[in-house]
Design a protein around this ligand. Sequence first.
Ligand code: NDP
Length: 276
Amino acid sequence: MPRNLTIDSEITLNNGLNMPLFGLGTYQAHGREVEQAVRNALDEGYRLIDTAAMYGNEDEVGKAIRESGIARDDIFVTTKLWNSDHGYENTLKAFENSLSNLDIDYIDLFLIHWPVEGLRADTWRAFEELYAGERLKAIGVSNYLIRHLKDLHDIAQVPPAVNQVEFSPFLYQKELLEYCRENDIWLEAYSPLTKGRKLDDPELASIAEKYDKSVAQILIRWSLQHDIITIPKSSHPERIQENARVFDFELSDEDMSTMDSMNEDFHTAWNPSSVS
Ligand code: NDP
């Protein structure tokens, strides 16, 4: 039975920092659009905002956060190190850039966006150094498979707090989830709505109908009930609101199992399985 979830539900990372379980993604949203989306989401009660240097929107995300009137400590901001910025010195510089673009005093969570071969160990050394300072609260990775996490485990002084990966019933990475759980790493689901590509799935539609919810809402709820940090993206106010209305119902064990059995290794984004 899942615990009682609300939009304010938080989990505790392996370093003691609390992180909201639910938040807003911002990939492919730019300019006024993303600024407004972040503003709408914060008004709706979202408290986790996910951006990345690669999205080219840290400025606008930061502006919306600063101007929200919500205390900085009440918002959790994640950004990510882009692939061309790997390596010890480059990482230190890239962090300064992200912080300056966001124009906030600290970043809550900094992630390695992708497990770049040959450089990621040096990058992690810089992450640990940044983490030792005052301007970064937690460090983690993204798109890491079990073998990448094991490599990191061998060299890390500070273990990753989070692994952000693509995760949906159509890409149900059960072994990775179990590995992360056993190793005290929180899994965070990106593209939880399959970028919209499976929203017309008939089996999901019939489950959604039972709860009088949309397919998007049951996808988000499925992820949350697995205790996975979940960051659907939308730039539309009505969808930002819809995606947050997932705390007034609960999927039955039977429907959870049905959704668990829908895996087809369906990637909508990049697939790290070729990275050694
Ligand atoms: P999502 O699965 O969140 O889907 C977003 C798409 O679904 C958008 O096209 C959006 O359109 C649409 N949508 C949102 N809500 C609804 C709804 N209720 N009904 C119908 N359509 C809807 O995909 P993302 O790839 O954006 O993943 C979420 C976030 O995860 C990203 O934004 C980013 O922050 C992060 N991410 C991280 C990656 C990584 O490598 N670490 C890779 C990919 C994503 P619209 O905006 O027009 O409403």
